[in-house]
Design a binder for this molecule. Structure first.
Ligand code: NAP
Length: 346
């Protein structure tokens, strides 16, 4: 792929909560512009376009995919529609940034990755945590041996809601449940540090609709001699913290570990050391919060950087990593007995 120059022109596909937050953060990104939005309905597309001053509004995803002046599409539908929406855009020659969970299952993820690779187009899961400068600093420290060899990872993400039976998080057809929406963060965090586990155990409380309300996971890496204890919930406000413990020390992330502003390194014989990440180019996570941004600008900057460099894949959020996470999520769902209608197409 040849690197792009000039303004990167974005299309936003869907008009829900994260589509709005993403569009808001993108406004602070230099040399980028949201030029079009698509919704399932004209009215919603029009309202979103007016709210954010977007020039073109479409009442169909196909019309956005066919817009010759869109370079890259941000897919922000519920997970159940990620594969269809992203495939439609890739088939029309668009680069794609697709929300997490990447797809409903590994089979869908595989199909998307193959399509992007066949077409030579950029595709990335919107795993913003991996692009966060504080998280990147942590992985560098760990790689440099600051805590020795990793033995355990702990992480959790639970929200109390309440999410009623009408909410997408409770809808099996939309890929509802805690695991794909929130559990994907602790699972991705563990994958970032240790790769794909070879042992997966899990326990969950399911809703009457058959989605997971609360899930506990125990993952194991035989070769590394490490394990991870992870939790997610849509019925309980968990600490939302993470810790990585190695043979020579540990790293602790405070609440909000998936978009951190800082972490603390603890080593025997040393005072605890706090790490942040402020860079002149992009305000650090702390600076970003001060500027009213949510932290989504780091993944946006990574997409723009990759497109300009002519890369079809981000080294920060590699597609093989997203595929591995989907396989782990499939394995967890297998253990807890959550099946989505799309699984029956397998
Ligand atoms: N990175 C993050 O921090 C973050 C945060 C929240 C969510 N997410 C991810 O982003 C995705 C969307 O989450 P959200 O919280 O924005 O959800 P949301 O507020 O419910 O919005 C989803 C949007 O998708 C569109 N849509 C397409 N097909 C749909 C269907 N069958 N049913 C309902 N809506 C449908 C709708 O827009 P139209 O009416 O315009 O078609 C809807 O507004 C999820 O995959 C979620 O995991 C990421």
């Amino acid at each position: 792929m040849t690197g792009m120059s000039g303004t990167v022109r974005w299309g936003v596909l869907a008009t829900g909560g994260i589509a709005a937050a993403f569009t808001e953060d993108l406004r602070s990104m230099p040399d980028t512009e949201v030029v079009a939005v698509a919704s399932r309905t004209d009215a919603s597309a029009q309202a979103f376009a007016e709210r954010f001053g977007i020039p073109r509004a479409y009442g169909s995803w196909a019309a956005l995919a066919a817009d010759a002046e869109v370079d890259v599409v941000y897919v922000a539908t519920p997970h159940s529609a990620h594969r269809e929406a992203a495939a439609l855009c890739l088939e029309a020659g668009k680069h794609v940034l697709c929300e997490k969970a990447f797809t409903l299952n590994a089979r869908e993820a595989d199909a998307l990755v193959k399509l992007a690779r066949d077409r030579g187009l950029f595709l990335m899961e919107a795993m913003w945590t991996y692009c966060n400068p504080v998280v990147r600093r942590m992985t560098e420290l760990v790689r440099d041996g600051a805590i020795g060899e990793i033995r355990s990872v702990q992480a959790d993400f639970g929200l109390a809601g309440p999410f009623g039976p009408e909410h997408r998080l409770r809808d099996r057809a939309l890929g509802g449940g805690a695991l794909l929406d929130l559990g994907v963060y602790p699972v991705s965090f563990a994958h970032l540090l240790l790769g794909e586990p070879d042992r997966v155990q899990a326990d969950a409380v399911l809703s009457p609709e058959g989605v997971d309300l609360h899930t506990a996971m125990l993952l194991g890496w035989s070769e590394a001699g490490a394990s991870a204890l992870l939790n997610c919930s849509i019925v309980a406000d968990t600490p939302q913290t993470a810790a990585v413990t190695g043979t020579k020390g540990r790293i602790e992330f405070p609440r909000g570990f998936f978009y951190p502003e800082r972490f603390v390194l603890h080593r025997p014989g040393h005072e605890p050391e706090e790490f942040t990440a402020e860079t002149p180019e992009t305000p650090g996570a702390a600076g970003a919060a001060g500027a009213g941004l949510r932290g989504l600008q780091f993944e946006q900057a990574e997409v723009v950087r990759a497109l300009r460099a002519g890369e079809t894949e981000s080294p920060l959020v590699p597609l093989d990593g997203s595929l591995a996470v989907m396989r782990t999520l499939d394995a967890v769902r297998d253990r807890i007995g959550v099946r989505y209608p799309a699984d029956d197409l397998d």
